[in-house]
Write a protein that binds this ligand. Sequence first.
Ligand SMILES: O=c1[nH]c(=O)c2[nH]c(=O)[nH]c2[nH]1
Length: 290
Amino acid sequence: MAVLGPNRYGKAETRVVRVTRHGDAHRIKDLTVSTSLSGDMTEVHLSGDNSAVLPTDTQKNTVFAFAKKHGVGAIEDFALLLARHFADSQPAIHHARVAVEEHAWERNGAFGHSFVRSGREVRTCVAHYDGTRSWVVSGLRDLVVLNTTNSEFWGFAKDEYTTLPETRDRVLATAVDAAWRHADASQGASQDWDKAYENARGALLAAFADTYSLSLQQTLYAMGTRVLAECPGVCEVRLSLPNKHHFLVDLAPFGLDNDGEVFFAADRPYGLIEGTVLREDAPAAGPAWE
Ligand SMILES: O=c1[nH]c(=O)c2[nH]c(=O)[nH]c2[nH]1
């Protein structure tokens, strides 16, 4: 006998660009929004009764309508607004999850209307709302960083398949994928999300740069710890760090030495170092990471 397990449904990756016009000085917010709702959804799965289902098409339309009506400030505020709307306005919806990614643009010269897609990372957030409480995880991905020295890797376990030479000086590079959980979003407190974002981003970058690294694992822990130290509202940090290997090229066949000057930047395979750093007294995560 089968039973219906956990389920949710929504519209994934609605692409919305909101232009705000102040005379000739325009502003743009470029987002990818994914909504996901859950609640009394047994009948739609078991008998095809759609009466509890707010169509995913409506969810997409709501994203566009809210961008117009409310504007788009910090992505966390936009995500919470949508999540609260869905769970508060539909009796059958008991939980809403809204994930937002923000793609950065910069001004193209002095023109108020012209933009160039920025090489910056993608800013992310996921908000949950269950009709009473809210949870917010903020983050970023594709923050690509590289240190040309101050990185070693030696003293590792070895077996009959180990060929990796020990190194006392290597390039360390990664594309940071980080997410941090806010402790107090459950109270629904309004926050300066943009300031919190810049603090966390700055902490990640500073720790990557100024940690003398004996492994990417050690750097990961330093980065997570730094975010907790600099961001009092954050209680947990999750990091996923691909080790973007840079191999010194052997130039001896060409009669050339290579004193840390020419590297082969391999794209795969790559080491993948992942970990969580959290406060000892971090409140329970609830659905925050789902
Ligand atoms: O910082 C590193 N951590 C590892 O676990 C590892 N493994 C490896 O081959 N190179 C590295 N570098």
